[in-house]
Design a binder for this molecule. Structure first.
Ligand SMILES: Nc1ncnc2c1ncn2[C@@H]1O[C@H](COP(=O)(O)OP(=O)(O)OP(=O)(O)O)[C@@H](O)[C@H]1O
Ligand SMILES: [Mg+2]
Length: 217
């Protein structure tokens, strides 16, 4: 069973969208999947409890029939940095609990979406590196392709490796249709990131192709 932790160069750069597309791709290749959003902020209660849209999208895109509160055990209403809300509520994000939830459902690939970018904390003393480590996950970095992404991507890669997590690869996701020199930017990153480019996703592309062979076996 593979655990892939999806992080990104920033918030709103396509982690959820790419995760759902990856889940769809895996399913088409015959792999069983599950998906999680351990910590989420920004949620509505329509009568069943707080529901975060990322978690709902991931549930929809995976074959998981997991209960909502196992997909997303820590769900905060306000759309602000979740560690602030966890601290205010006196909640500790228990990475061992999350690892236990994920391991209870054996599948070929479990996708776990992070929050914001790699260094966004989960609570007062829990980082996303702690979560990925507890889950025994490899990390996939989604690079939101827009002006400024080279710095964000290379800083993220450096820190993921410094944190001692295996970086499985990265995805170039064109978040800005107007970006100039798009291919040159991709080439710049390819020359500086040793790990494989798993997919190049155009603006509004719905069924991208992923090169998962290097990381699935
Ligand atoms: N390649 C793309 N083409 C068009 N729209 C895109 C693309 N990638 C992402 N988007 C859109 O950008 C918005 C943000 O994407 P998404 O929610 O996946 O980001 P995120 O990194 O998961 O954000 P968060 O940090 O809130 O979890 C969404 O409306 C999504 O549909
Ligand atoms: Mg998201």
């Amino acid at each position: 069973m593979k655990h892939w932790y999806i992080t990104g160069t920033d918030t709103e750069i396509g982690k959820t969208r790419v995760s759902c597309q990856l889940l769809q791709h895996l399913r088409q290749q015959g792999y069983s999947t599950s998906a999680y959003k351990p910590v989420a902020s920004g949620a509505l209660d329509a009568g069943e409890g707080l529901r975060n849209d990322d978690a709902l999208q991931l549930i929809h895109a995976s074959q998981t029939k997991t209960a909502y509160n196992e997909v997303n055990p820590w769900c905060f209403e306000e759309a602000v940095a979740p560690h602030l809300l966890a601290e205010e509520a006196g909640i500790n994000i228990d990475t061992a609990h999350m690892a236990d939830i994920v391991s209870r459902r054996p599948v070929d690939v479990a996708i776990i979406e992070g929050v914001g970018g790699w260094l966004a904390p989960l609570d007062a003393d829990t980082s996303q590196a702690d979560m990925a480590r507890a889950l025994n996950a490899g990390v996939i970095l989604v690079v939101g392709m827009r002006l400024g992404c080279i710095n964000h991507a290379l800083l993220s890669v450096g820190r993921i490796l410094q944190d001692g997590l295996p970086l499985l690869g990265w995805v170039a996701n064109r978040i800005d249709p107007e970006m100039s020199r798009y291919q040159d930017n991709i080439n710049t990153l390819k020359a500086r990131i040793q790990q494989p480019l798993l997919a190049t996703i155009a603006w509004e592309e719905n069924t991208p192709d992923f090169s998962i062979n290097p990381i699935i076996n």
